[in-house]
Design a binder for this molecule. Structure first.
Ligand code: SF4
Length: 285
């Protein structure tokens, strides 16, 4: 394959991906390729690559025809040729090199993520007696690891607003507590927006039933935490953090992110298999 055909293959591969459109948005550049004494020009207007006439370039990519062949045929990741092996000499801003690295992405990531309540991974933030595992809920985490999703650990709202061992429980007025939870939820909503903007597959948000903060279908003690009641029975409702997160997603016009809960496991309780099955069902959909 000659040099032009190899560059054309790269353009066609990139332009055939919907994600390329997202990555080229508002990024109008002229790129000059220097391949063994010959120059070729690309433009990135209208959210796709095109060959263009010789003109002043924003940056220059130099390599041998052999390197170009390997990149075009996905035997060498574009960014690794700059950053790792040095097979490409990139004359321009590093931000542009990284942008192209993502456009010509060639690695194992599946671009699929799940947001999970903090204590699935770090059980130390749980209430006294709430840890049936030494460090993480290994059954839940192994199930997630086996499903090839990237795991995003949300901050623990109770840690953020009440302290590690929740010494401020009952000391903060309900409205103030909600505001603090809202600020914590806002960081998560911002992350969700960013992942969505770049077309990542968000499997969902995994809360923890029946937490008064992170419960999704069931809560327990929400009123106790907010100072509005002393009832600690289980209720078919979501926790305060999940309430605020739902509101923020709606305000940001993000409607299609699933929020689901799995029950925490306590020492001596049965039903471990059932909750893992429930999680697998969510992951399979
Ligand atoms: S607030 Fe949420 S993350 Fe923190 S311990 Fe409770 S359920 Fe876990």
């Amino acid at each position: 394959m000659d040099k032009y055909k190899l560059l054309e293959l790269m353009i066609n591969t990139a332009n055939s991906s919907d994600v390329t459109k997202l990555r080229l948005r508002d990024w109008n550049k002229i790129i000059r390729w220097e391949i063994e004494g010959e120059s070729f020009y690309w433009s990135t207007s209208k959210e796709k690559f095109n060959f263009t006439e010789a003109t002043e370039a924003d940056f220059i990519i130099s390599c041998t025809e052999d390197t170009l062949d390997k990149i075009a045929h996905k035997q060498l990741p574009f960014f690794m040729a700059i950053w790792g092996t040095g097979d490409i000499v990139f004359k321009g801003s590093f931000g542009d090199a990284i942008r192209l690295g993502y456009i010509f992405l060639n690695d194992k990531r599946k671009r699929k993520v799940i947001f999970i309540s903090h204590c699935w991974l770090n059980i130390n933030t749980r209430f006294p007696g709430g840890a049936a595992f030494p460090g993480a809920d290994t059954m839940i985490i192994r199930t997630l690891l086996d499903s090839d999703v990237g795991i995003i650990q949300m901050p623990c709202p109770e840690y953020n607003c009440l302290g590690l061992e929740k010494y401020d429980y009952g000391k903060i007025d309900g409205e103030q507590l909600r505001n603090c939870y809202r600020r914590t939820a806002n960081d998560v909503a911002d992350q969700i927006k960013e992942y969505k903007k770049l077309g990542y597959d968000i499997v969902g948000i995994l809360g923890m039933n029946p937490s008064p903060s992170c419960g999704v279908e069931i809560t327990k003690g929400k009123g106790t935490m907010l100072g509005t009641s002393t009832d600690t029975s289980e209720d078919s409702n979501s926790g305060v953090f999940i309430d605020e997160l739902k509101l923020l997603l709606k305000e940001n016009k993000i409607y299609n992110v699933r929020i689901f809960g799995v029950r925490r496991h306590l020492t001596g309780e049965n039903g471990n298999e059932a909750r893992i099955e429930k999680l697998k069902n969510y992951l399979g959909k």
